[in-house]
Design a protein around this ligand. Structure first.
Ligand code: SF4
Length: 355
């Protein structure tokens, strides 16, 4: 793409942003902390969902010190429902590192930002641009799609040569002194005009600069990544005693790190779900757990997995372990415990049917 054309695109984006910017809470008073929190939340989650979480978060943890001082359980409970929980634990660890190593100030250098857990090049550049007004172009999948279409560049947005081209184009289009407005304009433009499946080309103010539109390829650029859905079966034991449900805590790393869940696990390929439940309870709790009746069968999706969860109301045949990671939790205190969404749904149904 010609440098002059890219500069025109950059100027038009900034001008458009001046009158069409979306009203988003993290854009009001964009302090480094507010930008950091919003960018963690916006990874993998749409803006409409994040808004409510962001407002609640800022009420509970108004600054980095408040977040660093909070317990992991409180942090995960507030994140509950937003998914991809590793973001919450990384944000929490980042806050603690900022307090311990940077005197409570979010660093303003890329190298130091990249030392924070969960902060990659995208979040680092977003903080530098939005909070510190540094001259840096912020590139995510939406921005790559926009520039690939403008240039008529085919291929996967994640391919190395495409990424190099996109980085060069976004840098060349970045107008001096307008980094924050330019980058946020691109995000809004990718969300509301040059949308992934339904770009609004007819009303687009960059239409005369767009090679994909000129050649009728806007729906084919970029090439969609191939995804194969993996089907998984899991089981869960709902153990209830005197108004309490038995929960265990997940390990501090890995999927749903540090959250609480019902005892259970994955069903092996040739195994029946009920047999898997007996095996898992015996191996983990030291008692087979007698399944009384099947409560439900839920299908839910996360990343590339389709999970079918089979749940039974069970009675332990022996005393269950009680320690830091296994406990009986009163049903009316469940809201204070961060649980994966599928288990929350299951327990809410169970709780509702017992009231
Ligand atoms: S003309 Fe269409 S494909 Fe091109 S930038 Fe505008 S919305 Fe995107």
């Amino acid at each position: 793409m010609q440098k002059r054309s890219l500069q025109t695109i950059g100027r038009r984006l900034v001008k458009w942003y001046g009158c069409a910017a979306r009203d988003l809470p993290w854009r009001v008073d964009p302090t480094p902390y507010r930008v950091l929190v919003s960018e963690f939340m916006l990874q993998q989650t749409v803006v409409g969902t994040v808004i409510g979480y962001f407002d609640r978060w800022m009420t509970q943890f108004p600054d980095v010190k408040a977040l660093a001082a909070a317990s992991e359980r409180r942090v995960l409970a507030l994140w509950q429902g937003l998914g991809y929980y590793r973001r919450a634990t990384n944000l929490h660890r980042s806050a603690r590192m900022i307090v311990a190593d940077f005197d409570g100030r979010i660093p303003d250098s890329r190298a130091e930002l990249l030392k924070l857990p969960g902060v990659g090049p995208y979040i680092a550049d977003a903080v530098l641009s939005f909070a510190f007004h540094r001259h840096v172009a912020v590139v995510d999948a939406n921005v790559a799609r926009v520039f690939m279409r403008l240039a008529g560049r085919e291929g996967l947005a994640t391919a190395g040569d495409v990424r190099r081209d996109v980085a060069a184009w976004t840098d060349a289009a970045l107008p001096s002194g307008h980094s924050s407005a330019y980058n946020q304009a691109l995000m809004d433009f990718g969300s509301v005009v040059c949308r992934s499946r339904t770009p609004l080309c007819t009303d687009c103010f960059l239409r005369d600069r767009c090679e994909a539109q000129r050649t009728g390829r806007q729906y084919d650029i970029p090439t969609p990544p191939k995804r194969r859905l993996k089907k998984i079966r899991t089981v869960a034991a709902v153990l209830i005693r005197e108004g309490c449900v038995y929960l265990r805590r997940r390990p501090p790393t890995g999927l749903f790190a540090g959250m609480w869940e019902l005892p259970g696990g994955r069903v092996d390929d040739a195994e029946r779900p009920r047999a898997a439940l007996t095996r898992i309870c015996r191996d983990e709790l030291g008692t087979p757990c007698q399944s009384e009746r099947k409560l439900t069968q839920l299908v839910h999706h996360y990343t590339v997995h389709e999970v079918t969860l089979h749940a039974w109301l069970c009675t332990p045949t022996e005393r269950l372990p009680e320690d830091a990671t296994h406990r009986w939790v009163p049903l009316d205190e469940l809201d204070a415990y961060p649980l994966p969404s599928a288990e929350r749904k299951l327990l809410d149904t169970t709780r509702g049917s017992r009231q």
